[in-house]
Design a protein around this ligand. Sequence first.
Ligand code: 7RM
Length: 631
Amino acid sequence: MSELRIRSMADYRAAYQRSTTDPEGFWADVAASFHWRSPWAKVLEWDFAKADTKWFIGGRLNITENCLDRHLAERGEMTALLWEPNDPAQSSEHISYRQLHERVCRMANVLKRQGVKKGDRVCLYMPMIPELAISVLACARIGAIHSVVFGGFSANSLVDRINDSQCVLVITSDGIRRGAKSIPAKPVVDEALPSCPSVKTVLVAKCTGEAVSMRSGRDLWLEDELKQVDADCPAEPMDSEDPLFILYTSGSTGKPKGVVHTCGGYMVYAGYSFANVFQCEENDVFWCTADIGWITGHSYIVYGPLLNGVTSVMFEGVPTWPDPTRFWQVIEKHGVTQFYTAPTAIRSLMAAGHDLPSSFAMPSLKLLGSVGEPINEEAWHWYHEQVGKKRCAVVDTWWQTETGGILLSGLGSITPMKPAHAGLPLPGIRTILVDQQGNELHGEAEGYLCIDFPWPSAIRTTWGDHERCRLNYFAQYPGRYFTGDGAKRDADGFFRIIGRVDDVINVSGHRIGTAEVENAIDEHPDIVESAVVGYPHDIKGQGIYAFVICDHVRTDKDALRNEVIATVERIIGKIARPDKIQFVSGLPKTRSGKIMRRILRKVAEGEMNSLGDTSTLLDPAVVEEITSGRV
Ligand code: 7RM
């Protein structure tokens, strides 16, 4: 990909210019630096009115040939995955490109032996162990569609995801190590599967070593199965537009939707964006601390780095265990050159001791990245000064599950840095701001962030429901992709993301739909109704504030509060547990019955003096009760 590598501001300007005047020529040149089994007949066909996007039409490829086989001759012995375990006392594992290729092929043969075929869906519910990355690639090797579900989700969430995409096989582990704790995985799968008739087989990796029950005829130990197969598995040639994976993400309404990415376009954009944002050189060691259960892990732990032949660190643990210097120790231990993490982690480590990083020189570091939520200026400066020692560029990368790759960001140290600004669009990305009516805003402005032209890794559909994809992303502002984010653009064209403008809360960089949390709370038998909003939280970015109407029979409010939390954990998972619960006797509703969330947000934020117009409320008295009972 070297010829497409941006190395100066002039390169960036030229690439951006060409991507607007000749987008098809531009992306065809980018795509040509990958290995295709057969070339595409047409670069692009699109119609945003129908939510249709197709790239590299008729081309055939396999992304794993680009991630693995292609590197064997030149860098077969170089480390592809560098696995760092949860427990620093356990040794790390260097997996070379050759070894990774072999392990992926074996895993792919295990899947084949269980009858998994091209187009079948496979659910991965696993810890951050090498087998997870290997399973992702093994699915891609044979054309099975992976659906990774983050290990923190509950059995109920797993059921919804497995059933929505009708997975035929689940790969899991006995348990998951997370800091000092170990959390169950196989038992959660066991709880889910009676409600998932499509699943025929469960492969279980050993991780924690705890005893789990194995159901005969369904459950198999992965280690035994790997011994039964050989290490030769030819890659399945895939059509550019064949689905590569499904990843579920929360929106403002309903259950999480399965965002679909396809083989050709996703490969091109994951590879291109990785190369230019992180500016890795030969022998660099790139570390993205995300979990592979999120899009960041898909694109920038697995696919992006491997497409570029870089060493990718995969970390099983957490930032604060055994102590809050774990990240800095790992950076020094492995000579990490690019470090990519989330503002919530930065803020929690900052809170654990402002000068803790000062005992670590971290001389290998060249670049720092941020992702997942807006980074506040204080955290940005601490990251730049304490971690980067003022000699590393900081890139604030804005993107979404739906965009597949980074769309707004600095490029290494090439583009100028502005604290708390994601910055400029990557080549090929036409980010625009619009007002409520959809009129484009020019120059310095604040508005709704939309994208006006397709890019190769744009969402193709939501699994099983294309109309939902159209309505969610392409209907609000016809002819445009709407991100759901508000943003500002300054005089230099730099974007600053303000945050979600829909009913999605960003808690520690994780997207949570308020409707999902409300539905979960309402499952509690004593709860009549609830309304959930986000509020500013020092560490998590946003916290979850729930206004709850309970049956008057309950007087033990503390016990009820704990039950409500337990209900949300059971139905969604720990990541969605409310931080604050306020019991109320009514919610502020309009005469047509709509909850006025604007008022609830103000109360949750503690801005009780600026509630705005409350004259359309059915019962203005509830506002008084709500403001006085704020928790
Ligand atoms: C990559 C990821 C997407 C939402 C998105 C934003 C927020 C992500 C940034 C950011 C400000 C950033 N995918 N977001 N990155 N906000 N600055 N650099 O997080 O699908 O899980 O979330 O996250 O609101 O719409 S995601």
